[in-house]
Design a protein around this ligand. Structure first.
Ligand SMILES: C[S@@+](CC[C@H](N)C(=O)[O-])C[C@H]1O[C@@H](n2cnc3c(N)ncnc32)[C@H](O)[C@@H]1O
Ligand SMILES: [Zn+2]
Length: 366
């Protein structure tokens, strides 16, 4: 299925609490400024006391039953500040808010990737509670919602703002800014925990996987992926990244985007089937720091492919952590976490993996 292009955002309607628009848009909720579009999910918990939250009178904060206060900025609860190792991701996803979403590209790239990671069908998430960690701008979030999942999304960076803008039309959606290592969620409470494109960028992948597993209900499904040892790391990218990571993230992003936007013009000269041009393209692919996906994603067309190349180049040059793991290492980690029905294989961005938490004794008997 190709999702049509959409540029919808949550529109402010002063004085109206939740206003439904046309029949066509009947699942879209339009929200006044300062009011949360999102209903607090029952799984939301204070990180310190594991107690539930209510909203403060002016909706500028969540207050836990023990009195902890969590600021709500631009309708999004913030359990962490945006100054952390993932800041460059936040800048990236707020510059490229929509470009990667299937609903914008008119492709099914993320939908297909998600279906593959889930084991072949979106039915696994229909009417299920899904925890999505490292949601970025929401390319998977929007697919989960359109498949009928109830999504509790979070991200360490202010990418949550782009995610909110892209997904807040759904009444089955909640997002907050939080760290995987201190999630404001009740353990043992999700049918599916999804973490794609993220684990390799966290400080300790094994700790991250073990943490994610704790949020699964018995028989719940954990779905992750990870860069593998065959992740391409040409010399030009390694040296540039080492330099860029020493700079403040706003400068890193400025330099990287400027460089990538220049290089993409050079690469574009080779995005054709003229005789012999493939040799130049291959040379560039080996030596240029730009991540050129002309051969992998021709369906995007030169305009959007250019933008994707810039985003992916920024992603690959500015991530603070870039761990690599083999299928065997991920399998061992999942087993160590007590998970069963482990499936790991090379695919997608490296290793794709899923596993289940064992059923409770009662479930197993039924
Ligand atoms: C490469 S992006 C992937 C985003 C999205 N999953 C996608 O595939 O488009 C990695 C995301 O992981 C987030 N992230 C990194 N460390 C995190 C952590 N400790 N807790 C939550 N999110 C984290 C980053 O902020 C970033 O948005
Ligand atoms: Zn508390």
């Amino acid at each position: 299925m190709v999702i049509s292009r959409s540029t919808s955002t949550c529109i402010s309607v002063p004085g109206v609490n939740k206003l439904k628009r046309t029949d066509q848009d009947s699942d879209r909720v339009f929200v006044p400024p300062g009011e949360s579009a999102m209903t607090l999910p029952p799984e939301l918990r204070c990180v310190i006391h594991q107690r539930q939250f209510s909203e403060s009178g002016d909706r500028s904060a969540l207050i836990c039953e023990e009195g902890c206060r969590v600021p709500v900025v631009n309708n999004i609860p913030r359990f962490v500040s945006s100054e952390n190792y993932a800041a460059a991701f936040g800048l990236q996803w707020n510059v490229f808010k929509k470009q990667m979403l299937d609903s914008f590209s008119g492709t099914t790239i993320f939908r297909d990737r998600l279906i593959g990671c889930l084991g072949g069908s979106l039915d696994v998430v229909r009417n299920k509670k899904v925890l999505e960690v490292g949601c970025g701008a929401g390319p998977f979030t929007e697919v989960l919602l359109s498949a009928g999942a109830t999504v509790f999304a979070c991200d360490l960076s202010n990418a949550v703002e782009a995610n909110y803008e892209n997904c807040c039309h759904s009444s089955k959606y909640f997002v907050c800014q939080a760290d995987v290592y201190a999630l404001p969620a009740q353990p043992n409470s999700f049918d599916v925990v999804l973490c794609l494109g993220v684990v390799q960028h966290t400080p300790d992948p094994e700790k991250t996987i073990a943490t994610l597993a704790r949020y699964l209900k018995p028989d719940g499904l954990l779905v992750i992926d990870h860069y593998s040892p065959s992740y391409p790391r040409p010399f030009s990218r390694r040296i540039l990244r080492a330099f860029l990571l020493r700079l403040p993230s706003s400068l890193t992003t400025k330099i990287t985007l400027g460089l990538a936007r220049t290089l993409v013009q050079v690469h574009k000269l080779t995005w054709n089937q003229r005789r012999g041009v493939w040799r130049v393209r291959r040379f560039l692919q080996f030596h240029s720091p730009l991540v050129d996906q002309y051969d992998d994603l021709p369906q995007l067309g030169p305009e959007l492919l250019g933008e994707w190349s810039v985003v992916i180049t920024h992603d690959t040059l500015t991530d603070h952590y870039k761990h690599l793991r083999s299928v065997e290492q991920i399998s061992a980690c999942l087993a160590e976490c007590g998970l069963t029905q482990i499936e790991t294989y090379y695919g997608g961005n490296g290793v794709e993996a899923r596993a289940r938490r064992p059923m409770s004794k009662v479930q197993a008997k039924a």
